[in-house]
Design a protein around this ligand. Structure first.
Ligand SMILES: *Cc1c(COP(=O)(O)O)cnc(C)c1O
Length: 468
C-alpha cells in the first residue's frame, strides 16, 4: 500500500467533446535523427516540411478540420452543375440565416474574396485602416494601390496584457486618421474578428458598435474579415456583460449586422477543407463583385468551389454556431495554453481562440529579431518531437514596399494552431511537454540566416541556415 495521499480533485467539472470518433488516420513518428535531417532539408521553414514527416500538425487551423458524418453525407448530394447548383442556394441560405448578409458569392478561399473586394473598392492612394494586418489581406489591399494603417488598440501588441478584448479598434486613432486623410480616401474599414496576428484575440460588441457609429457618421463602410467571427462570438458570450445568456448564433448575427459585408475563409470557422465567400449588403457593389468573380474564381454561383464542397460548407456553418461545439473548440485551446502558462512558459495572454502563441522574444532574448527567433523556435520544436508550428513574427511581416526594409513587428511569435475536432487531450499533453523541453534548452538556441527570400508572402517559401 502506498502512503501518498490522494491528489485533490479539480475544482471544476470537466467538459468533453460533443462528438465521438468514427474513423481514424494513423500518424507516423520519425526518429530524432530523421527529424533533424528533415528540418534542415526544409530550410528551417515548417511550411516546407512534408506532412508525412509531422507527428502532431499544428501549422494551421486552415482547411485542417475534421468534417462530421452529416457534412460527409452532404458531399454525396453535390449538384455539379456549372450554373445554379442547388448546393449554392443551400450555402446562400445558411450565410443569410447565420451571418445575415444579403448577397453572397462563393470564392475558392478567403484570399479570393479579399482580391475581389480590394479591386472593387480600393483606388491607388487610398488608406485602408484595420485592426492589425493579416498577410493575404494586406497583400491584396496594397496590390490594389491602398496603404494599410493599423488601428488596433496598443494592448494588442503586448503579449502580457490581460485585456479581454485585445482585438478592439482604437476608436480615437481611427477618428484621427479620418481627420488626417479624409473620409473620401478611406474606402472601408477592415475589421477582423478574431484578430489572428494578435493571438486570436476578440473584439467586443461595444467596440464594434463604436466603430459603426463613427464610420456611419462619415459614410465609410465596414467590411469584416469574418474568418473566425463565430469564435469571436463565443468570447463575447464569455466576457462581455449582457451576453452570457445569448447563444453564439444570436451574438454572431448581431455582430455582423454592424458591418456592410465580409470576406470569409470557410477553411476556419466553417469546418471545411476548402472554400470561402464574399458577402455584401449593397446591390451595386455585389453586381461589380459578381462580375469580377467570373474573371478570377468562376461563375458567381460556384466561385471556384465544387457543388459538394459548397454543401459541406453550408452544413459546416450550421455546426459551427452551436454553443457546445465552441465550448469544446476553445476549451481545448485553453487547456493547452493554460497548461503552458502554469509551467511558466511565456505565451500570449489571454489564450486566444484558435491557437496558443509562444513569445519567441521571451524564449530567446539573446537573439536579435533579424536572426529570426520565432522561425528558429518553430524549428527546434519540430526537431524535439515532430510537432509542427508556424512562425508569426518578422518573417511573416515581410518588407516595406517603399523602403525595402524588414517590418519589425512588436510581436515575435510561434503559433501552435489547433485544428478543429482533430486531436485529443493526450495530443495536447505531448505538445505541452515538447514545448517545455524546448523552453528548458533555450539558453543554447541558435539564430538563423535567410538564404532564399521569395518576393511575395515570403514566410511560405523562404529558406534559412542555422547561424554558427
Ligand atoms: C486564413 C485567413 C485569411 C485568408 O483565407 P484563405 O482561405 O487562407 O485564403 C484571411 N484572414 C484571416 C484572419 C485568416 O486567418
Amino acid at each position: 500500500m502506498s502512503n501518498t495521499p490522494p491528489s485533490p480533485r479539480p475544482a471544476k467539472r470537466s467538459w468533453a467533446e460533443p462528438w465521438k470518433v468514427k474513423m481514424v488516420e494513423p500518424l507516423k513518428t520519425l526518429t530524432a535523427a530523421q527529424r533533424s535531417q528533415a528540418i534542415r532539408d526544409a530550410g528551417y521553414n515548417t511550411f516546407l516540411l512534408k506532412s508525412d514527416d509531422c507527428y502532431i500538425d499544428l501549422l494551421t487551423d486552415s482547411g485542417t478540420s475534421a468534417m462530421s458524418d452529416w457534412q460527409w453525407a452532404g458531399m454525396m448530394l453535390g449538384d455539379e452543375a456549372y450554373a445554379g447548383s442547388r448546393n449554392f442556394y443551400n450555402l446562400e441560405a445558411a450565410i443569410q440565416k447565420y451571418y445575415g448578409y444579403k448577397y453572397i458569392t462563393p470564392t475558392h478561399q478567403g484570399r479570393g474574396a479579399e482580391n475581389i473586394l480590394s479591386q472593387i473598392c480600393i483606388k491607388p492612394g487610398d488608406t485602408v485602416p484595420g485592426n492589425m494586418y493579416f498577410t493575404t489581406t494586406r497583400h491584396h489591399q496594397e496590390a490594389a494601390g491602398g496603404t494599410f494603417v493599423d488601428i488596433v488598440i496598443p494592448e494588442a501588441h503586448d503579449p502580457k496584457s490581460e485585456h479581454p478584448f485585445k482585438g478592439n479598434v482604437d476608436v480615437k486613432a481611427l477618428e484621427a486618421l479620418i481627420e488626417k486623410v479624409g473620409a473620401k480616401k478611406i474606402p472601408y474599414v477592415c475589421v477582423a474578428a478574431t484578430v489572428n496576428m494578435a493571438g486570436g484575440q476578440p473584439i467586443s460588441m461595444e467596440n464594434m458598435r463604436a466603430v459603426r457609429a463613427l464610420t456611419s457618421k462619415h459614410g465609410i463602410n465596414i467590411f469584416l474579415d469574418a474568418t473566425r467571427a463565430v469564435e469571436n462570438a463565443w468570447f463575447i458570450k464569455q466576457r462581455e456583460p449582457g451576453y452570457e445568456k445569448k447563444s453564439v448564433a444570436e451574438i454572431l448575427l448581431e455582430f455582423c449586422n454592424l458591418s456592410d459585408g465580409c470576406t470569409m475563409s470557410g477553411k476556419k470557422d466553417a469546418l471545411v477543407n476548402i472554400g470561402g465567400w464574399l458577402a455584401l449588403n449593397d446591390r451595386g457593389l455585389y453586381d461589380e463583385a459578381s462580375n469580377l468573380v467570373v474573371v478570377y474564381e468562376g461563375l458567381h454561383t460556384y466561385g471556384g468551389m465544387a457543388g459538394r464542397d459548397m454543401e459541406a460548407m453550408a452544413r459546416g456553418i450550421v455546426e459551427s454556431v452551436q454553443d457546445d461545439h465552441m465550448r469544446a473548440r476553445i476549451g481545448q485551446v485553453e487547456y493547452l495554453g493554460e497548461k503552458l502558462h502554469s509551467w511558466g512558459v511565456p505565451v500570449v495572454r489571454p489564450i486566444g481562440g484558435h491557437a496558443v502563441y509562444l513569445d519567441a522574444k521571451a524564449f530567446y532574448p539573446h537573439l536579435k529579431q533579424d536572426q529570426f527567433p520565432a522561425q528558429a523556435l518553430a524549428a527546434y520544436l519540430y526537431e524535439d518531437s515532430g510537432v509542427r508550428a508556424m512562425e508569426r513574427g518578422i518573417v511573416s511581416a515581410g518588407r516595406s514596399k517603399t523602403t525595402g526594409e524588414h517590418y519589425y513587428p512588436k510581436l515575435e511569435l510561434v503559433r501552435l494552431t489547433i485544428p478543429r475536432r482533430v486531436y485529443t487531450q493526450a495530443h495536447m499533453d505531448v505538445t505541452a511537454e515538447s514545448v517545455a523541453a524546448v523552453w528548458d534548452a533555450r539558453a543554447t538556441a541558435k539564430g538563423l540566416k535567410m538564404i532564399y527570400e521569395p518576393k511575395y508572402l515570403r514566410f511560405f517559401q523562404a529558406k534559412f541556415e542555422q547561424l554558427g
